[in-house]
Design a protein around this ligand. Structure first.
Ligand SMILES: Nc1ncnc2c1ncn2[C@@H]1O[C@H](COP(=O)(O)OP(=O)(O)OP(=O)(O)O)[C@@H](O)[C@H]1O
Ligand SMILES: O=C([O-])CC(=O)C(=O)O
Ligand SMILES: [Ca+2]
Ligand SMILES: [Mn+2]
Length: 682
């Protein structure tokens, strides 16, 4: 850690530098923003254009927060107040629903006196009690599920007016009024900045290692789970809760995860920013009015303190950012990062713990369904094409990122999509383009100061620009987001080495080998002049989110694929014609043709040949795709360089897989042997 002139360790708001061992990288978090100050960050967002007329601050207008059904409200406020209660105090905050601008009115109506349930927890430390302090006397205005979505049916969604009517408007107003960097783009999306962090901070994630967690979870080398103790969790929790309580207002979302209603999880998200509330409103499943009324106690609660940092002198803290999960308490605390993806992916981690206990496999995958009911899963690390390829005009979208596979079929965990939008084009990705409208959160994009037209090619703030929209914004979304058992399991890799074939058919052991490996090779920070592809291996195509040992998920996948007769495929959405710098990324229309041929069954009956080293079965012909690109060796002019690069990548695969060689996968040890043999041979 670097030190400052006064000898103190410097606070690393940007997170520690990534460690690359042997050319392998194990996390796929993005680079920090290049701005040094907040003003610099804000100036990146807006492109100057002539003429420069000054933009006036919008005059504040009172908005109509509907106060209805006194009793329901009282109960909701009570349960929110209990959620916001610090553990050391006798009482929680006095909460009032609505906008603080209407403070007088709301308070005059009489705030409910909350009686939070006592929270029992066991740790050896004596917790000081503050029965009454100024903070426990304070009112916090709670903006609770500001925008009930109502029941949105597929047909109704086509009408924009309905969506406007169901009102994400209040959150827009809150964001624009109070959160610097919030703007409405020319298509009506809410553009916002996530601050210094424009990606997740996997190195700042901590999991409470109590006795149960020590036994059940995956710890040690390769695991994303870095331990913390219960006491430290409570310290951070109290810090977040105190910060939230100190604000004039907080946002509370009560929502669901998992469209499989039998296995639905109720989540409460308490946050400081309208941006975060709208983001989760879009990304989680929106309850109906009735469901909200009967919501009761959440199964899991997030305290998101956003920009407010952790105390870096706290045990286990290595920076001012901390994302902490406590499974026993069913709580997550976020300090020192405003990147909204932490909430989404934090909950995904929780699902990776809860679902396998019920025999349900949780998956970092996209999912869509043909008109005939054939379901495909799209696995892949960040940026490999899950969202792009599952969003397919000819098929129904079940979801773009997080799914469950149970005995009854597949279900989406979320209620929205989170698309990368760097270089987004209307022509290539029309459905995503059109989803960026009123209600959609657009993170870290750059737009024209006056026209508010977004320049999707601009990476000034970050390369990880994102759009979060409700799944109904995709015209052919399948609502409810469930489907039958998958027929095809497509593993996506963006191979910047350019040696993996555009498509290969996998047998079951190969599917498992590549699933456990979880390979991709993106090209890191182009402007830093790094031209070397960086191989990333992330078990189960999502090591950052899994809680149990990868072989547990792999065994479940093998069992399900076998039972329901699904076919595995490896699709390279990366380079062709040479490695990064020489070749080019395979054209999206070709990848779409390849995917079409998988869906239609055309590829099941094609002619195949086997590749050297990786032993992959590649088709010799595909309708609409030039045959010569199907075998990468044809596209490289320097055959020697091809062979060398192929062996280099094979070596990295081998090295990565060493740690799994001692594990048995499932009950069938012959499968384990076959999986070990299914990797590259050279
Ligand atoms: N041949 C191709 N196939 C798929 N995507 C491509 C291709 N060529 C370029 N792209 C671009 O690559 C990106 C794929 O990103 P996408 O949002 O689909 O990633 P993802 O797998 O969903 O990642 P995350 O888990 O981070 O959301 C898109 O910006 C897409 O336009
Ligand atoms: O979670 C995020 O920040 C984006 C995402 O989908 C991923 O990285 O897999
Ligand atoms: Ca995605
Ligand atoms: Mn993802």
């Amino acid at each position: 850690m670097a030190s400052t002139p006064n000898g103190l360790a410097r606070i690393e708001t940007h997170g520690a530098k990534k460690k690359h061992e042997n050319g392998i990288c194990h996390d796929d978090s993005s680079a920090p923003v290049r701005a040094q100050t907040i003003d610099e960050l804000h100036s990146l967002q807006r492109k100057r254009s002539a003429p420069t007329t000054p933009i006036k601050d919008g005059a504040s207008s009172p908005f109509a927060a509907a106060l209805s059904e006194e009793e329901r409200q009282r109960q909701q406020l009570q349960s929110i107040s209990a959620s916001l209660a610090s553990l050391t105090r006798e009482t929680g905050p006095k909460v009032v629903r609505g906008d603080p601008a209407r403070k007088g009115e709301a308070a005059a109506k009489g705030a409910p006196s909350p009686h939070p349930q006592p929270v029992h927890h066991h740790h050896p430390h004596v917790t000081p009690t503050i029965a009454v302090s100024d903070s426990s006397l304070k009112f916090t205005h709670v903006l609770y599920n500001l925008s009930p979505a109502g029941i949105i049916t597929h047909d109704m969604c086509v009408s924009d007016t309905f969506l406007v009517g169901c009102g994400r408007a209040e959150l827009y107003e809150q964001a624009i009024k109070y959160e610097k960097g919030s703007f409405i783009t020319s298509t009506g999306a809410l553009a916002t900045l996530s601050g210094a962090k424009t990606g997740r901070s996997p190195r700042d994630k901590r999991i409470v290692k109590d006795e149960a967690a020590a036994q059940e979870l995956w710890w040690g080398k390769g695991s994303p789970n870095i331990e913390m103790d219960e006491h430290t969790f409570l310290t951070n929790r109290e810090r977040a809760v105190d910060y939230l309580n100190s604000l004039d207002k907080v946002f509370v979302n009560d929502q669901f995860l998992n469209w499989d209603t039998e296995n639905r999880i109720k989540v409460r998200i308490i946050s400081a920013r309208a941006y975060h509330s709208l983001f989760m409103h879009n990304m989680c499943i929106r309850p109906t009015e009735e469901e909200l009324e009967e919501f009761g106690t959440p199964d899991f609660t997030i305290y998101n303190a956003g920009q407010f940092p952790c105390n870096r002198y706290t045990h286990y803290m290595t920076s001012s950012t901390s994302v902490d999960i406590n499974l026993a308490r069913r709580e997550m605390v976020i300090l020192g990062t405003q990147y909204a993806g932490e909430m989404k992916k934090g909950l995904f981690g929780v699902m990776h713990y809860l679902m396998p206990r019920r025999g349900i496999l949780s998956l970092h995958s996209g999912c869509n369904m043909g008109k005939q009911g054939d379901v495909a899963l799209f696995f892949g690390l960040s940026g490999t094409g899950k969202t792009t390829l599952s969003t397919d005009h000819n098929r129904l979208l079940i979801g773009d990122d997080e799914h469950c596979w149970s005995d009854t079929g597949v279900s989406n965990i979320e209620g929205g999509c989170y698309a990368k939008c760097i270089d987004l084009s209307q022509e290539k990705e029309p459905d995503i383009w059109n989803a960026i409208k009123f209600g959609t959160v657009l993170e870290n994009v750059v737009f024209d100061e006056h026209t508010r037209e977004v320049d999707y090619t601009d990476k000034s703030v970050t390369e990880n620009t994102r759009a979060a929209y409700p799944i109904e914004y995709i015209p052919n979304a399948k609502i409810p987001c469930v489907g039958p058992h998958p027929k095809n399991v497509i593993l996506l890799a963006c191979d910047a080495f350019g040696v993996l074939p555009p498509v290969s058919k996998l047998n079951l052991p190969q599917t498992m080998y590549h699933f456990i490996s979880g390979y991709t090779a993106l090209v890191a920070g182009t402007e830093d002049g790094i031209k070397e592809p960086q191989a990333t291996f992330s078990a189960c195509f999502g090591a950052a989110f899994i809680m149990l040992h990868p072989t547990k998920y792999a065994a479940m996948l093998a069992e399900k694929m076998q039972k329901y007769g699904a076919t595995g495929w490896l699709v390279n959405t990366g380079w062709s014609g040479g490695r990064y710098g020489v070749g080019k990324r395979i054209r999206l229309p070709y990848t779409r043709k390849i995917i079409d041929a998988i869906h239609s069954g055309e590829l099941l009956t094609a002619n195949y040949k086997k590749t050297e080293v990786f032993g992959l079965e590649i088709p010799t012909e595909i309708d609409g795709v030039p045959s010569e690109i199907l075998d990468p060796i044809n596209t490289w002019t320097d055959k020697g360089a091809y062979k060398e690069t192929l062996l280099k990548l094979a070596g990295l695969f081998k090295k990565n897989f060493e740690v799994f060689a001692n594990y048995k996968i499932g009950g069938d040890s012959s499968l384990t042997d076959k999986i070990l043999a299914a990797g590259p041979n050279f």
